[in-house]
Design a protein around this ligand. Structure first.
Ligand code: CTP
Length: 403
């Protein structure tokens, strides 16, 4: 576990503690700057190991190569703007940066910095490059920063970092979707009323984008059918931009035959205006109301299920539900799974918790075989991994049947 020089280094103490208490063998490698925030004595006491930060200590052990090569996971908490920049460019000035270059295992970076530094084009570019190379860069949390200001840039909570670490360590092998062709729809459709207005929805596209990104990092070849995303699409996907339900439908159908997995994470309009006015709708004097006739759109998910031949591709749907309790949620969701006929249904309780635009999510994964997996509150990236784990289990089951 690397620690870079930021005030959030004190929170890394809790992460090391959580890891050692759950039986992991942790070597802490702070940068020189990190040691100005939390000293070696703390790291040594918690990890039970000597702490080094330069490549010039214990040179006979060639630690700068060995540590990276032997680790199961390299985590950096906090990852400062400076560390992200150096990691992006492969700068290897100290022991931690050497480890990042020699590591062949998954790498997880938990950023913490001031909002201005996080949103700066240089940092965003670095993050996107790192993610494109398969490095897991957690989204920082929003909230109170050092001093009196607040905004995006807070270190994710140690609990969330520990969960993400658990997910990465559980993911085995990490290339389990290699050779699979996956199409993910994400975002929210917009149905035009006139040249300037549309009927849309609150979907940010974050969960679908995380699904696409994690599928890339697990080796799949991924097409992202993106409808009006609030977030940047990940690197490493084939991007198809759409806007309306009809465009999304056409894009999915065109790719369904060649796909191994189709995921309908997009929030697709159920209705669209019957007509699109050719010019801007004007307020007529004296008219207090405007009537708009809506017509149903195609149910893309149901159509993909209806037109598939045999059991390929695997089809995954999402369900946004409001229920008063867990039993009601489950029965409504089971009904929807049966109606849609897909293989997996990822169920969001949108009444209970904040989902739209949030970084975290909490879902049930229901299988048409009667299976149910609960993914408790975690990052949308970790939820995405849980979904791919379920897909990987379906592939494994089919393989077993084929044999
Ligand atoms: N979906 C779709 N086409 C639509 C509407 C929804 O493909 N026209 C997909 C969504 O992408 C999602 C799933 O259907 O994977 C369920 O979406 P949801 O809004 O929960 O359900 P609806 O089918 O719209 O049913 P209802 O709103 O009546 O609950």
């Amino acid at each position: 576990m690397g620690v870079a020089g930021g005030i959030a280094a004190y929170k890394a103490v809790e992460v090391v503690r959580g890891l050692t208490e759950s039986g992991h063998d942790v070597t802490v490698v702070p940068t020189a700057a990190a040691l100005r925030f939390v000293g070696s004595a703390t790291w040594e006491a918690l990890s039970g190991k000597a702490v080094h930060h330069t490549v010039w200590d214990q040179t006979h052990l060639v630690a700068h190569v060995r540590l990276g090569q032997q680790a199961d996971l390299v985590v950096v908490v906090p990852a400062t703007a400076d560390l992200l920049a150096r990691a992006t460019h492969g700068v290897a000035g100290d022991l931690l940066m050497n480890i990042l270059l020699t590591a062949r295992c998954p790498i997880l970076l938990a950023p913490a910095m001031h909002t201005e530094m996080w949103v700066h084009a240089a940092t965003q570019r670095n993050v996107s490059d790192l993610r494109g190379r398969g490095v897991v860069v957690l989204e920082p949390a929003a909230g109170r920063l050092t001093g009196t200001d607040s905004g995006a840039g807070r270190l994710p909570e140690p609990r969330q970092i520990l969960e993400a670490i658990g997910d990465l360590l559980r993911r085995s092998p990490s290339n389990d979707l290699a050779g699979r062709s996956i199409v993910v729809s994400a975002g929210g459709t917009r149905e035009p009323l006139d040249p300037v207005r549309f009927i849309g929805n609150n979907s940010s596209g974050r969960q679908g984008v995380e699904l696409a990104r994690t599928a890339v990092s697990r080796g799949a070849s991924v097409t992202l059918v993106a409808a009006n995303l609030d977030v940047d699409p990940p690197a490493g996907v084939t991007l198809v931009r759409v806007s309306t339900a009809a465009e999304l439908h056409a894009a999915m159908v065109a790719r369904s035959n060649a796909a191994d997995v189709l995921v309908m994470a997009a929030a697709v309009a159920d209705f669209r205006p019957d007509t699109r006015a050719g010019s801007k709708i004007k307020k007529e004097s004296g008219e207090a109301t405007l009537r708009i006739d809506l017509v149903q759109t195609v149910d893309v998910l149901a159509d993909l299920v209806r037109t598939r031949v045999g059991a390929r591709p695997i089809i995954v749907g999402f369900a946004a539900e409001t229920a008063t309790n867990g039993d009601e949620l489950l029965s409504v969701a089971r009904g929807k799974l049966a109606r849609k006929g897909c293989d997996l249904l990822i169920v969001n309780d949108v009444g209970r918790a904040e989902v739209f635009g949030a970084v975290d999510n909490e879902v049930l994964v229901l299988g048409s075989d009667g299976s149910m997996t609960e993914l408790s509150r975690r990052s949308k990236a970790a939820v995405a991994d849980g979904v791919w784990d379920a897909v990987a289990r379906l592939f494994a089951g089919r393989l077993a049947v084929d044999e």
